[in-house]
Design a protein around this ligand. Sequence first.
Ligand code: ADP
Ligand code: ZN
Ligand code: ZN
Length: 683
Amino acid sequence: MSEPGSPQLVAVAVETPQHAGLANTLDYTCEQSLAPGTLVRVPLGKRQVAGIVWERKAAPITEGVELRATSQVMRAIPPLSAPWRQLVAFAAGYYQRGLGELALAVLPPELRRLDAAQLDRRVVRLAKPSAAPSAEPLVPTLTVAQAQAAAVLSAAPAATTLLHGVTGSGKTEVYLQAAAQALAAGRQVLVLVPEINLTPQLEARLAARFAGHWLVSLHSGLTPAQRLKHWLAAHCGQADVVLGTRLAVFASMPRLGLIVVDEEHDPSFKQQEGARYSARDLAVYRGRLENIAVLLGSATPSLETWQRAEQGAYQRLVLPERVGGGALPRVRVVDMNALARNPGPQDAISAPLLEALRLRLARGEQSLVLLNRRGYAPVLHCGACGWKSACPHCSAWRVFHKADRSLRCHHCGLADRVPRACPDCGNLDIHALGRGTERLEEHLAGLLPGSRVLRIDADSTRLKGALEAQLGAVHAGEVDVLVGTQMVAKGHDFRHVTLVAAVNPDSALFASDFRAPERLFALLMQAAGRAGRDAAQGAASEMWVQTWHPRHPLFAALARHDFGAFAASQLREREGAGLPPFASLALLRAEARQASTAADFLHAAAELAAGLPESAGVMVYPPVPPPIARVASVERMQMLVESRSRTALQRLLAAWVPGLTPLGKQKAHRVLRWAVDVDPLAI
Ligand code: ADP
Ligand code: ZN
Ligand code: ZN
């Protein structure tokens, strides 16, 4: 041991570039002993960077080895806790990223930038907003099902629980009950939501219910200063409730007592770049680590979560009915085969659906028409020579947008004016094939003269504040027919919508992605949940589905609002096919100028894996191009790695991935980028 007063040695996590091949932590000396978790600034090359003391090193400092010293210690804030460091270390290992890279990446960017003096000032300014005049919050009398759920939760303060209940069944009220109990015990509460902008109602309800507590949000839409302030408030234990998106699963909360994951099935919980972590899965891990309750809520749980509840690994609570007895909308499946007098995809709206829309219009009620494809038409086509509006840089068509008369690639962003004539043969008669939301909007306005049709999608909401304004118009009753993508199916509480229609959901039934049916079912259930939220109208509300495959089991289960039946049939299929949750998957992706370079890299990687003893029990499949292989002139290839055992897969990844860095640098297969995606959402 070193003498008191003599320099100490610490291992510090710093942000090093991805796959740089540097050790997980770097050693520095410091004047006095620093506790693990302490934030420091250290020299790295010619720069000063933020770092986190990961551990003290007992080893005496070897003579002759020139170690650099930490330059600053951020004394204004307490060290990051042991469970926080354990969570980060687990995530880095599980998702195959550098420890320092992940640990620093999940801190607010501002915290990494500031020096000790600047941080001091921020912490001093950190003041809890004065509590709102505490009128007693209005707490409804719980329904029997809610009361039962709340009782079970309070009896099991460290369990992971699936709260399964249709939209409007009162799940949020159960979250609030559990949160109130944690707060009363002096604990902090973390609430994770898929997208913060889509859930302003939840924030308002939390704020109203817990007026005496400090509620902060954590998401990427905050300014850097706000994000730092909110993070500090949580870290210093001053904020009691943190509401955030996936990145908030890493919020440092010293008194954490409950994690709620709302809409736990939502794909937004999976990070799609850098460390590709699942915030839902990490929330469950964190719950175990900190010995606290985790509450996963959904009307359509992910099959992974459902399976764990079936096996008894998670406790399951069910809210079987809508609060106030509001009936779920009646599902009407329109058989497009039977109706096709003049068949063809041009019949976007079938006659019975049109009749139903007219009826709503006459009654002054709102309708929501869903189409998951934006733009006017997905492709332009020349009948004379066969030209189509391909993107020169991607293996995809460019989409026709009528509003600004552009042809836009949704993958690389390339946009041009629509040509007047066919670029290949000069034919003036080029036409739009298929239908996007823009065209559907136009079509509906023609079919329903005098009605107010509004479209909400990524195009209509590009400008700041546009989404809020458009949603406001719907809530204010200034819209009769709302046309939109999945964007409008989530979260919103549209009181006056009594009809929801999915006009063309079929493509998801036969998509190559094995999770497409699961996502379609969730989307349709969610959309159905938009209708009839007012109990008074509930009896009359309807969900319409136009399909060429009316006998598909997915629609049969939807018609009965029977998630269990759908899940059971999907799980049987997954088990037969050896897919999650019955197998664990990872994808190795590679990008290069030439597809062959990417493939060569993956082949070499497969060879490397085959030579490792850890590859026993793990299947490495041949490289294949993803559905859209070329984006922005970069060719992409991917290779599936699969095992019945998660442990076996993890063991192989740990032995294999470090060797990929040197491989990717070899001349023969020098790829632009490669990445490992553990538990990928799509394959
Ligand atoms: P979910 O989160 O499952 O969609 P909510 O918790 O938002 O359901 O409840 C749906 C509606 O019912 C909300 O307007 C909510 O205020 C109301 N509500 C919830 N629980 C009760 C209750 N016990 N009594 C009366 N109204 C309730
Ligand atoms: Zn042509
Ligand atoms: Zn493109």
